[in-house]
Design a binder for this molecule. Sequence first.
Ligand code: ATP
Ligand code: MG
Length: 269
Amino acid sequence: MTAVVVSGAGRVFDGGSGAGTVALADVDLTVGEGELVSLIGPSGCGKSTLLRLIADLDAPTSGSVTVFGKPADRAREDQDYGIAFQQAGLLPWRSVRANVELPLQLRGRAGRAERAARAAELLALVGLADFADHRPDQLSGGMQQRVAIARALARSPRLLLMDEPFGALDEMTRERLQDELLRIRASTGAAVVFVTHSIAEAVYLSDRVVVMSPRPGRVVATLDVPLGGPADRAARGIELREDPAYFERVSAVREALHSGDTAPDRVPS
Ligand SMILES: Nc1ncnc2c1ncn2[C@@H]1O[C@H](COP(=O)(O)OP(=O)(O)OP(=O)(O)O)[C@@H](O)[C@H]1O
Ligand SMILES: [Mg+2]
């Protein structure tokens, strides 16, 4: 069983007049169960668009997307995945705790006490135990993003879709949450599609790194990262970040990025 199969997917955005923007052209992507695949590439190459197709927040203009063998819309109805995107997307009138509890409440299976316990556990995990009663606008951008990550994990999904989830965090918090993500994968076996601008982060977390290039957005290279499973990596931590085998993969991804057309997307004139 695979977690995600994207097959020949294209997405063209209408520009009003003229040809429109080809955000994605003929993209194939397969993510196995329990696998972490990173999407990396310059701004505007279609990473968020691809993730939105998988999450059924947008539909491809050609090709197809399946999640756990179902069409993307069925998988969304069945709530088969958790989402943490570029913008935290928290509900401003709900407390931090109530935001994290929301997916459990919508699912309706967990009782009040169980929800509260789960929210407390997740907020401790992302280092926000003392902020459960705050409103999102009382937190920094990075703290809001950590709330969104806790919310994405609430139902222990088999698939996590993450769009630059650590982008607004300081380097130390970022490395701590990277290790947490490895541990979460090790304990839940969740598959992850992870968008990042950081080559180092992509290599540290991923089983495979998919390199994309813009105009039109397409996959230019896929690199394996044979540095061990998530439990192993989390246990090695800093030692892994200093391993020559890790640096070798970082260089390989960098070279693949630079050999693609990596100029940032231009605003059409
Ligand atoms: N709703 C939309 N309407 C029109 N064009 C869009 C829309 N969403 C995305 N695009 C275009 O599709 C292309 C890909 O955008 P996308 O957001 O997927 O890029 P990205 O790789 O996530 O970039 P970044 O790294 O900056 O987040 C861009 O050229 C963008 O202008
Ligand atoms: Mg994006």
